[in-house]
Design a protein around this ligand. Structure first.
Ligand code: SF4
Length: 365
C-alpha cells in the first residue's frame, strides 16, 4: 500500500511539474482570453474593496445570475463599509432576504464594523482570515483582486480546472480536501505580476468553458490540458458520494381575520436569527402526529439547507387546538408581510396559501 501511495504521489508531482514549467505560456493564454471574454459584472466594472467583499460574500454557494439584483440593491442602499457598519441588523437581513445562508449577511455586517473601525484595511490574506466569515478562499480572492496580493484562490471552479489540467485520478473525500490538495499547485501557477486578474481568470474558466460538462473545443488552455489529451475531462475530478440527510418538519397555517400566525427565530439562532417563518408543530405545543389528524394539509414544500434535504408539511389547524404562548409566536397583519424578513421558501409558500392556490404540493424550492 505505501508503495502504491508513493508511486501515485510521484506521478502527481511529475504532472504538476510539467504544468508549472509551462506556467508563463499558460498564464498568457489564460489572461489574453480573459481580457477579451470575461463576463461584465457590476463588481468588475466598477471595482472597489467594498464591492469585491460584498460580491464574494453573496456569490458563496449562490449563482451569479441570482446575485446580480441583490448586489445592485445592496450597494445602492449601503454603498460603503461605514454605511453598512451603521445599518441596523433588520435592514441588513431584509436586503439579504431570499439569498439564503443568512449567516453570511450577519458576518458581512460584523466585518464591516471591524473594517470601519480601522484606519486602513489590511492587505495580506493572512490578516483577512481573522475577519468574520472569511476563509482561505475569500481571503485570497479579496486581497488579490483589491490589492494585487499574490495569494491563489482555490474554489470548486479552480479545482475542476486544475484536476483536469493534470488529469488526476485521485478520488477526493470532499471539496475541502480537494481545495487543500490543489492549493500548492494553484499558488505555483499564479501570475505574481497580476494575481487579481489571474485568480478571476481561473474562476471564470471554471464557470464557463470548464464546467462539469466541459466545452473544450474553444478552451484557451486546451493545449496545456492532460484530461483533454486523454479524453477524460468529463470524469474528473472524482468525489466520494455526498451524504445527504432527509428531514421532515410539520408546520402550521393559521389565520385570524386578516392576521397570520408566524414565528420569529431567536437572535442567537445560528442559522436563522431574526427570520420569520410559519410556526413549527413544537412551537404551538402539538406533536406532529396530532397535527396530521387535527389539521388539513394545505401545502408540502421542499428546500435544501447544506446537507439537509427538508420536506415541510403545512397544515391548517383550528385555533382552539393551538397553544400560542411561545415567545417566538406573533400575529402578523397581512399587509405587514412584505416588510418582515421571511426566509425565501416561506415567503413563497405564504403567498401561495394567501392566494388560495389549488396545487398543494411543491416539487422544488
Ligand atoms: Fe477544461 Fe476542457 Fe479546457 Fe481542459 S480543455 S481546461 S477540460 S475546458
Amino acid at each position: 500500500m505505501p508503495l502504491k501511495k508513493s508511486r501515485r504521489s510521484k506521478e502527481e508531482s511529475a504532472k504538476n511539474r510539467c504544468l508549472l514549467e509551462a506556467a508563463p505560456a499558460f498564464q498568457k493564454a489564460l489572461h489574453d482570453w480573459y481580457d477579451k471574454n470575461h463576463r461584465k459584472l457590476p463588481w468588475r466594472e466598477r471595482p472597489s474593496l467594498y464591492r469585491t467583499v460584498v460580491s464574494e460574500f453573496m456569490c458563496q454557494q449562490t449563482r451569479i445570475r441570482t446575485v446580480l439584483p441583490y448586489f445592485e440593491r445592496w450597494v445602492k442602499a449601503l454603498p460603503d463599509f461605514k454605511r453598512l457598519a451603521e445599518a441596523p441588523e433588520e435592514q441588513v437581513l431584509k436586503l439579504w432576504e431570499g439569498l439564503g445562508y443568512y449567516r453570511r449577511a450577519r458576518n458581512l455586517h460584523k466585518l464591516a464594523k471591524e473594517i470601519a473601525a480601522l484606519d486602513e484595511p489590511p492587505r495580506s490574506a493572512k490578516e483577512w482570515l481573522k475577519f468574520p466569515g472569511i476563509g482561505p478562499y475569500s481571503a485570497a480572492a479579496i486581497t488579490s483582486i483589491a490589492f494585487d496580493t499574490p495569494a491563489a484562490c482555490v474554489d470548486g471552479n479552480v479545482v475542476r480546472v486544475l484536476a483536469r489540467l493534470t488529469n488526476t485520478d485521485i478520488l477526493f473525500k470532499n471539496t475541502g480536501s480537494a481545495n487543500r490538495h490543489f492549493q500548492p499547485l494553484a499558488q505555483g501557477l499564479l501570475d505574481r505580476a497580476a494575481p487579481g486578474k489571474h485568480n478571476q481568470a481561473m474562476m471564470e474558466l471554471g464557470a464557463t468553458h470548464c464546467q462539469p460538462k466541459p466545452e473544450c473545443d474553444d478552451c484557451p488552455v486546451e493545449s496545456f490540458c492532460e484530461a483533454r489529451k486523454h479524453d477524460s475531462a468529463e470524469n474528473i475530478p472524482q468525489f466520494l458520494p455526498r451524504q445527504t440527510e432527509k428531514l421532515e418538519i410539520t408546520r402550521i397555517w393559521r389565520m385570524r381575520g386578516n392576521k397570520i400566525l408566524l414565528s420569529r427565530a431567536a437572535k442567537n439562532s445560528r442559522q436563522l436569527a431574526g427570520l420569520c417563518e410559519l410556526p413549527t408543530a413544537e412551537s404551538v405545543g402539538l406533536p406532529p402526529e396530532k397535527i396530521r389528524t387535527a389539521g388539513i394539509l394545505k401545502l408540502r414544500g421542499k428546500r435544501s439547507i447544506t446537507r439537509f434535504s427538508i420536506t415541510e408539511w403545512i397544515y391548517e389547524v383550528p385555533e382552539k387546538k393551538l397553544c400560542t404562548k411561545d415567545r417566538s409566536l406573533f400575529w402578523a397583519d397581512r399587509d405587514e408581510i412584505s416588510s418582515l424578513t421571511i426566509s425565501g421558501p416561506h415567503r413563497r409558500w405564504i403567498s401561495k396559501l394567501l392566494n388560495g392556490e389549488k396545487a398543494p404540493f411543491e416539487a422544488e424550492n
